[in-house]
Design a protein around this ligand. Structure first.
Ligand code: AMP
Length: 837
């Protein structure tokens, strides 16, 4: 950009310049054209032959526009006096230029002596006749500057004293340093200083999205040049410099600091979805410590790789490890996850601030898997690889006091070194869980998980007594030994698989006598029978819940061997309900169900899967409190008259068991939930037999095809819906016991919610509508229809009851109560799963 700003240019000004010339015979304006034949204002004077010339040409007022130094460029021709015949005495070859400052235009009447002389202007070139003959104009250019100016404007004056001059153009201008962006700072247009050698210091302002590093400055020279830049601006974080501007960093790029030169791609394992990012976020499971620069890749902490076994006993494993090399920040704590090998669904988490941990309450001679990870402010790192360590078997522990095992360093390279120990053979998979005794380091926090559910601290984990080689040891770990003399047997109340069940009284020292139930082991038992019999006590003794039958103790040191439990006056729930058909309010029944659900929640929290939950295995006391009982081991199903052998060889109570447990032996708390749904049905129908007289095979088939038990008579819709939920084919869709408890709590607290009942006739008609288009032309006879719904064998019952035609079946209405009732008890219709109340 040209640094000059014109204040006047006689060449480009096409109108009247308004200049004044005097005396009259002095300067005169002539019409001229320039070399391009453009019209120009030319003033000339040529009074060379006359004496005492004093001809003035005054410009009009020129504003200086704030400039304090202006430049005047004159273009003129001047005749060589030598070329003029006879004029030598008076002819001049110079003229004078003056200025007069004024703030306004009213300074026209100034006297000549008030003008200040700028200079005497002489020609570099003059011209002769010959030149004129060639029609070539020899133009002289002279530039003078004036300053400092102190007023707003000025007049110029040209004085001729007897020369032959043609003033072809007058240009008045000032110089400026033009606006410029240098080092991301904007320097504005700056008029040069008044002094020709002066440098004006100018401050720059940072462009958009930039910040000052050192304040930017430059110097404007009198010539209009920017000199000596000092300081600079920098694009702020998230922006980079491009073409003297700050451009935003695109998503996927970042600039952390103004000092970084440009946006950089996010480092490995990090990302940003935003523009103008100053850092990138770590991908899930990747971390960066706070002190790490944002240019650093996100990593998973160097995993903990060196773990040492420091002490192993039959029930505990102590480990120590080294802090990882690059932990991505200060390690706040370690998380140690462990579980019994192949039992990953039931695991324990210990949080420790130390690099050591002791997992106790373990089973003897069992392999445990340990994984450790560190937590920093950035979150958790990845788990270490799995370390497999075995506890000492009971037999080894007993034979030698081998509480200290030599320290063996486990490392990635060395691999797993298994202790050469005798492994106790225990096979009941799905029942093995860790058991933690609560003696813990205060720096540690221990949590148990089962099937992804957190087990609250303080809730113990069930331990399978089978893992004890010596059943006596297990039973004494979990059950108190009672002196036979403390027990008074009163009467026989039932028959168990191993012997009579009696009622009686227990008088413990310092306590008053109270009623108990006493299970006895019949004489002539085998060792296995004794083990299995006491196995129930070993299980029951681990539980402590108001809805779980409470174990008082065992008698093993004298015969008969006995298991003593709290006494449940009303015996087993199924018998009790059958005896008291229709005697309870819906709330009372719901409360019984709530108690059972609560006991089951406790069991599932402990990682215990019951496998044989049924009303016959619930005991009820005089306060109508229901308690879960019958905690057998393998014998639980042997002992249950309902249990049938499956094709897989196991004995399963088919009607109470979830399809996946029947088909694949997949017994879980979710399969217990299915059984609970059947118990609900039993309770709400006062001990009715689920699926009535249908054969086990038919039950399996019908359930597999999506049929479900219909609602019991007068059952609240909410409770039947809960049953249907428990019977979801997908076990993960079934409610959990804690959800069942809260649902029942809610219903009990709000009895009106139990008022809407499923009407039995309604449910039967629904079944017909849903799966068998009764009344439509699809079935010609009742027999055909029953065949279609796989109930052909009930045709005879239908006929006997007067339902011989499809019309008669279709006429079952809400008013038609009795046949429906009969139906629901004799026909055993099943409900399709799609049924919605
Ligand atoms: P079980 O061998 O546990 O199935 O017990 C057989 C029968 O004895 C049960 O069906 C009950 O009728 C009765 N029974 C068992 N335990 C108790 C108890 N704690 N209180 C009252 N009756 C019990």
């Amino acid at each position: 950009m040209h640094p000059a700003v014109n204040l006047l240019d006689s060449r480009t000004d096409m109108g009247d310049l308004g200049w004044i010339a005097y005396p009259k015979n002095g300067w005169e304006e002539i019409g001229e054209v320039d070399e391009n034949f453009a019209p120009i204002h030319t003033y000339q004077v040529c009074n060379v032959m006359e004496q005492n010339q004093n001809n003035w040409l005054l410009t009009s007022w020129i504003s200086n526009e704030g400039a304090s130094r202006i430049f005047i460029e004159l273009k003129f021709t001047l005749r060589d006096c030598n070329s003029l015949p006879g004029g030598l005495g008076t002819c001049k070859e110079t003229f004078n230029m003056y200025y007069f400052e004024s703030d306004n235009e009213d300074g026209r009447n100034i006297r000549e002596n008030q003008y200040i002389k700028i200079d005497t202007i002489a020609a570099d070139e003059s011209f002769t006749e010959l030149d004129l003959g060639d029609r070539v104009m020899k133009l002289n250019t002279e530039v003078r500057d004036v300053g400092p100016l102190t007023k707003k404007g000025f007049y110029l004056a040209f004085q001729d004293v007897g020369a032959c001059i043609a003033l072809v153009s007058v240009r008045v201008y000032y110089k400026k340093c033009p606006s410029v962006i240098r080092n991301l700072a904007l320097f504005p247009d700056t008029i040069t200083g008044a002094d020709s050698s002066q440098l004006l210091e100018v401050s720059g302002s940072c462009v958009n999205h930039s910040v000052t590093d050192e304040p930017p400055k430059m110097h404007c020279s009198a010539e209009g040049e920017w000199l000596v830049p000092i300081g600079k601006c920098m694009c702020k974080a998230g922006y980079e410099e491009k073409n003297n501007t700050c451009q935003v960093c695109r998503p996927g790029f970042f600039k952390a600091s103004p000092h970084s030169p440009s946006c950089s791609k996010c480092p490995p394992h990090s990302y940003t979805l935003e523009e103008a990012s100053t850092s990138c976020l770590c991908e899930e499971h990747y971390f960066r410590r706070e002190s790490d620069p944002p240019t650093m890749a996100c990593t998973t902490p160097s995993p903990i790789s060196s773990v040492k076994k420091s002490k192993i006993t039959k029930n505990s494993i102590s480990l120590s490890w080294q802090e990882p090399d690059r932990p991505n920040g200060i390690i706040l704590e370690y998380e140690i996850k462990y579980f019994e090998k192949d039992q990953e669904t039931s695991y324990t988490i210990i949080k420790s601030k130390e690099t050591t941990v002791t997992a106790d309450g373990l089973k003897p001679g069992s392999a445990y898997i340990f994984q450790i990870r560190a937590r920093t402010a950035a979150g958790y790192g990845g788990f270490s690889r799995r370390f497999e360590i075995e506890t000492i078997p009971v037999s080894v522990a007993a034979s030698s006091d081998q509480s200290q095992i030599p320290i063996i360093t486990l490392s990635l390279t060395v691999g797993v070194i298994l202790l050469a120990v005798v492994v106790i053979g225990f096979l009941l998979s799905g029942r093995r869980c860790g058991y933690s005794k609560a003696k813990q380091d205060p720096e540690e926090e221990k949590m148990h998980f089962h099937n992804g559910h957190i087990k609250l601290p303080g809730v113990k984990t069930y331990i399978d007594p089978h893992t004890y080689e010596d059943p006596n040891q297990a039973v004494h770990e979990f059950a108190k030994e009672i002196e036979a003399s403390c027990i008074t047997i009163e009467r026989v109340i039932g028959a168990g698989e191993f012997g009579e069940v009696c009622s009686g009284r227990l008088k413990l020292q310092g306590k008053r006598e109270f009623p108990v139930a006493i299970k006895t082991l019949k004489v002539g038992y085998t060792e296995k029978q004794r083990r299995d019999f006491l196995g129930e006590a070993s299980i029951m003794g681990q539980f402590d819940h108001p809805n779980i039958i409470h174990l008082e103790g065992v008698v093993t040191k004298s015969k008969p061997v006995m298991i003593v439990t709290e006494y449940m006056e009303n015996g087993s729930l199924d018998t009790f309900l059958k005896k008291n058909d229709g005697q309870f309010t819906v709330i009372q029944l719901a409360e019984m169900l709530r108690g059972i659900a609560s006991g089951m929640k406790y069991l599932s929290d402990m990682g215990y899967v019951h496998r044989d939950l049924a009303a016959r295995n619930i005991l009820i006391n005089s306060n109508l409190v229901c308690k879960v009982s019958d905690f057998g081991l393998s014998r639980v199903l042997e002992d249950d008259p309902e249990a049938a052998y499956t094709t897989r060889g196991g004995k399963i109570p088919i009607r109470w068991t979830a399809p996946e447990a029947i088909a694949f032996g997949k017994f879980t708390s979710a399969s217990d939930v299915w059984s609970y749904g059947i118990v609900m049905w039993e309770v709400m129908s006062y001990g009715e037999r689920p699926y009535w007289e249908m054969t086990n095979q038919d039950v399996i088939k019908a359930v597999e095809e999506g049929y479900r038990l219909p609602s019991p008579m007068d059952c609240p819709v909410a409770l039947y819906q809960l049953m249907l939920d428990c019977w979801q084919k997908d076990r993960n869709s079934r409610p959990k016991f804690d959800e069942i408890v809260s649902m029942l709590d809610k219903l009990i607290r709000n009895p009106s919610s139990l008022k809407t009942l499923v009407n039995a006739s309604n449910s039967v008609s629904n079944l017909l509508v849903e799966h068998s288009p009764v009344g439509s032309s699809a079935y010609r006879s009742v027999g055909e229809w029953l065949e279609a719904i796989k109930m052909g064998r009930y045709t005879e019952i239908f006929m006997k009851n007067g339902y011989s035609s499809m019309d008669a079946v279709a006429q079952v209405t809400l008013e038609d109560e009795s046949p429906c009732e009969k139906w629901s008890l004799t026909l055993h219709p099943l409900f399709p799963t799609g049924y919605q109340t």
